[in-house]
Write a protein that binds this ligand. Structure first.
Ligand code: MLT
Length: 324
């Protein structure tokens, strides 16, 4: 098949794709370049970092399949693709565990000042007394978006002796029961914001969730709390967060794996603050998980080529029709 590989995926998967298909590589290309490269392509395989916009879709008359090597759909014009009969398939199954694990990595880095300690030690300092931080055990872990990833975070937090609470966009008794089984108490957004010592964001970015954490929400966070964003940069108003961290007195620090502006050469103003930990959208970058995602991409592509994709897809790989 004629494939545009618009993001870097697992090397073994790239090798397998290039062996059997006509693959054009253009990792993280801007829209103008994608528009040119997609002209004769039948499949686009990609992750975050590229925009599969209406212009890109319109430039690809032969496009049959968008294969998202991960979960997020915020970088695809889903409605436009579906209206044009282009199939969208995603591979979210293997990314919950790595994102959940990194959530705790960043949480610990933030509250136990790991990056700062490392930097100071390399400079010859031994500032033990300045590097204290709170325990996680016994504290409230709040999860906004207690879905596949968020509920795993809650389950892990509960195992560490945290009180895990969470909210979802469509609560129901069945959701509450499923979360309770994992040690997470379902509640509403305002309660999660108000009661959490550690507020973790795991919700998708969309019109409803853009800047869901704004100045108002930050001002309602618990005194002395911390914010962790593992979702998408756009769910946090980073300007308001900067103001809260520099002038406010409620939020003690923040860790962000995702950013309102991402990419090579982009430096967030938050990077100037000592009580902030930043990573470049590496939540799903556990190598084991990327290998599994790569294998699944190759498998799904093969099935699409043979016309048997429907037989292979799991329910979470199917992207439902966008609301009209
Ligand atoms: C995802 O949505 O799967 C993650 O953000 C990883 C990525 O695609 O970069």
């Amino acid at each position: 098949m004629k494939i545009l590989l618009a993001s870097s995926i697992d090397p073994a998967a790239i090798k397998a794709l290039e062996k059997d298909h006509d693959v054009v590589r253009a990792f993280n290309a801007p829209e103008e370049q994608l528009v040119e490269l997609v002209a004769d392509r039948e499949v686009v395989i990609f992750r975050s970092g590229v925009m599969i916009s209406a212009a890109v879709l319109d430039a690809a008359p032969n496009l049959e399949l968008l294969l998202r090597a991960g979960s997020g759909l915020d970088n695809i014009d889903v409605a436009h693709a579906q209206a044009g009969g282009i199939r969208i398939v995603r591979v979210p199954g293997s990314s919950a565990q790595p994102v959940a694990e990194l959530t705790f990595g960043l949480l610990l880095a933030l509250v136990r000042k790991v990056a700062l300690a490392d930097r100071l030690l390399r400079e010859g300092h031994w500032p033990k007394a300045q590097l204290g931080g709170p325990l996680l055990a016994g504290k409230t872990l709040g999860i906004v978006g207690a879905g596949r990833i968020g509920s795993r975070v809650g389950e892990m937090g509960a195992a560490w002796g945290m009180r895990a609470i969470g909210c979802v966009d469509r609560p129901s008794p069945a959701v509450a029961d499923a979360l309770a089984e994992r040690g997470v108490a379902l509640t509403d957004f305002d309660t999660v914001v108000r009661e959490s010592d550690f507020l973790c964001l795991h919700l998708p970015l969309g019109e409803q969730t853009h800047h869901i954490v704004d100045a108002r929400v930050l001002s309602h966070m618990k005194d002395g709390s911390f914010l962790v964003n593992m979702a998408r940069g756009g769910v946090v108003d980073e300007h308001a967060l900067y103001t809260e961290l520099t002038e406010g007195d409620r939020v003690l620090g923040a860790a962000l794996d995702v950013h309102e502006h991402e990419g090579e050469g982009v430096i967030s103003p938050l990077g100037a603050l000592p009580n902030v930990v930043l990573t470049p959208h590496i939540g799903a970058m556990a190598l084991d998980s990327q290998r599994l995602i790569g294998e699944r991409v190759v498998e799904l592509l093969g099935a699409h080529e043979r016309g048997s994709l429907d037989e292979l897809l799991t329910s979470d790989e199917v992207v439902p029709a966008a609301a009209p």
